[in-house]
Design a protein around this ligand. Structure first.
Ligand code: ASP
Length: 599
């Protein structure tokens, strides 16, 4: 079909174009008809502009204009003019001008849509599954188009930056073998030999290490990763990572690159402010001590204070029993929390109980003196002890000190870190305009899986332990710290990585510790071990979640909003209706038989 090609995009029109004749292509976003006068908001990818069809100027067009409906596709010729004084629309970038239509060609009509695209308030009430089922319509909304555009800009900036830093972008296979990222694999049956399966990559981890053995030195990829794990608001079965690997580097070199990428993205593509550059660094142990978590939200202070030594001196049996059982007593300050009602304080107690704590002890500080506190545990403290407690907590008048004691330090950490976040939220300290990045380093190499009675990798089995910690392999594996790091942003993991093991003897030690027997090592990782025996350079890298980065930049809590075609709950795609059944013949060809699930 021949039609007039646009001369300018709708969203680009400004006062400087007044007097010009233009051709626009786009969709009818909204149409208001007054019989002899019709207003059309014409939309393309770049934005909206108002078009006016006035019978007194263009009598031949009025019938066509009156027949227009939302989402009709138009090609339109007209004259750019200033809007009449008082009718400007400051909310629109094009709001000072309008197009006086001269010709309109309807390129296509549209049925009534399942949901309106021109009413964001109403959109909030539309069922998300319906939106995802008709994602090709949902994406027409200017809000969604802006997300796609930002995502494109972010990825392009990353590509350009890494190219300038000497990285090569290299694709790695999607049909591959299981990689130990810790989640369940998606499997693809192999037709030529029933019983064999490919696994979709949980990450390109082994390939990127093999690329280092291959001498690529600096690799990156905008990589799709597949993990079959429980869905959450910030998880999808497939997601995108910026995957990076570098040879002949120290941890410091890798951290510098991550920081450079993130800083550039935020400074060039976002209105948000970086709280601090260079990004602060905490070791894993420090993060746990100060914030109770390895993903601290550094937009605010309120660090946890350790009252264990002091509590041991007191008469308070509950505290002492927890400590004697190997536990801890720690506190977090709630500024102006002293005014909370008993009921509100109890609600805080309920919150810590959700994370395993037995309860919450509180001290309301009216004045930061032993006499100025109100608390039903005060009687167990001497004046001197209370004074020291107030000092340790740096208590101020009006504070509520919230204390958790437990025999299990993990429970103390987890419950107080959650409480700290809640206090930060209530006190308005989690400023959405700020991005507080920090590095957490020196993670433990392994953690004990009590259920399965075995050590498992904290990151993955290719992570290099500190050489001076090698003796702990035989004595106290929990003490081994690894050259492993996370980038955290506003309390969420944003990237993670490590320096890798490139020596076969250390790799074997780690596999042994993880209980992966020699035979299984060969079967699963023989290719890697062999590769490492042919001159593997020292190397390390990281992966950063692209979806999560976009969520952070936009304050978007739902990962589906930042993905063009997301899956809904349970991994279902309502648009393609996937997953779906396949033909019996296909199953036979693959040598598969479906065993109905017992309900
Ligand atoms: N492959 C790791 C992950 O996806 C990241 C890395 O170690 O580079 O978590």
């Amino acid at each position: 079909m021949a039609y007039w090609q646009r001369t300018i995009a709708c969203g680009a029109l400004r006062e400087e174009h007044v007097g010009q004749e233009v051709v626009l292509n786009g969709w009818v976003h909204r149409v208001r008809t007054f019989g002899d006068l019709v207003f059309i908001d014409l939309r393309d990818r770049t934005g909206l502009v108002q078009v006016v069809v006035d019978r007194s100027d263009v009598p031949h067009l009025i019938e066509t204009a009156n027949a227009l409906r939302t989402e009709y596709v138009l090609s339109l010729r007209g004259l750019v003019r200033l809007r009449k004084p008082g009718t400007e629309n400051p909310k629109l970038a094009t709001g000072n001008v309008e197009i006086a239509a001269q010709q309109i060609e309807i390129l296509n009509t549209a049925k009534t849509l399942p949901f309106p695209l021109n009413d964001e308030d109403q959109m909030r009430t539309v069922d998300e599954t319906l939106r995802v089922k008709h994602r090709y319509l949902d994406l027409r909304r200017p809000k969604m188009m802006r997300i796609l555009e930002l995502r494109h800009r972010v990825v392009k900036l990353i590509r350009d930056l890494l190219d300038a830093e000497g990285f090569l972008e290299i694709e790695t296979p999607i049909l591959t073998k299981s990689t130990p990222e810790g989640a369940r694999d998606y499997l693809v049956p192999y037709r030529l030999q029933p019983g064999l399966f490919y696994a979709l990559p949980q990450s390109p981890q082994q390939y990127k290490q093999l690329l280092m053995v291959a001498g690529c030195e600096r690799y990156f990829q905008i990589a799709r990763c597949f993990r079959d794990e429980a869905q959450r608001a910030d998880r999808q079965p497939e997601f995108t990572q910026l995957d990076v690997e570098m040879s002949f580097v120290t941890q410091e070199d890798v951290l510098q690159i991550i920081e450079k990428v993130m800083t550039a993205v935020v400074q060039q593509l976002s209105e948000k402010r970086l709280l601090s550059t260079p990004f602060p660094r905490l070791t894993y142990d420090e993060a746990l001590r100060l914030y109770g978590t390895d993903k601290p939200d550094l937009r605010f202070g309120l660090t946890l204070c350790d009252l264990t030594a002091l509590a041991q001196e007191t008469e308070f049996g509950v505290f002492r029993a927890a400590i004697e059982a190997g536990g801890q007593v720690k506190a977090v300050r709630y500024p102006q929390g002293a005014q909370l009602s008993r009921k509100e304080q109890e609600a805080l107690g309920e919150l810590v109980k959700e994370f395993g704590a037995k309860g919450l002890a509180t001290i309301a500080v009216l004045e930061p003196t032993p006499q100025g506190v109100k608390s039903n545990i005060a009687k167990f403290f001497s004046a001197d002890q209370m004074q020291r407690l107030l000092q340790l907590c740096e208590a101020e008048a009006g504070d509520l000190l919230c204390i958790v004691a437990d025999a299990n330090p993990k429970i103390v950490a987890e419950s107080l870190s959650r409480l700290r976040l809640e206090i930060g939220k209530r006190c308005g300290l989690r400023n959405p305009d700020v991005l507080a990045f920090c590095f957490v380093t020196d993670f433990p190499l392994v953690q004990w899986n009590a259920e399965e009675q075995r050590w498992e990798a904290e990151h993955h089995p290719f992570t290099m332990p500190y050489e001076e910690h090698l003796p702990y392999f035989d004595t106290d594996p929990a003490r081994i710290r690894a050259q492993c790091y996370d980038l955290v942003c506003n309390g969420q993991e944003s990237a993670s990585g490590s320096i890798r093991i490139h020596r076969a003897d250390i790799q074997q030690k780690v596999f042994d510790l993880l209980g992966i027997g020699r035979e299984r090592q060969q079967e699963r990782f023989g290719h890697l071990l062999e590769a490492f025996s042919y001159g593997a350079p020292p190397h390390g890298g990281f992966a950063a979640g692209i979806d999560r980065l976009i969520m952070n930049l936009l304050d978007e809590p739902n990962i589906r909003e930042v993905i063009a075609f997301p899956k809904m709950g349970l991994g279902y795609d309502p648009m393609m209706e996937a997953p779906s059944e396949v033909e019996e013949a296909q199953l036979i060809e693959l040598g598969l038989r479906i065993i109905p699930r017992k309900s």
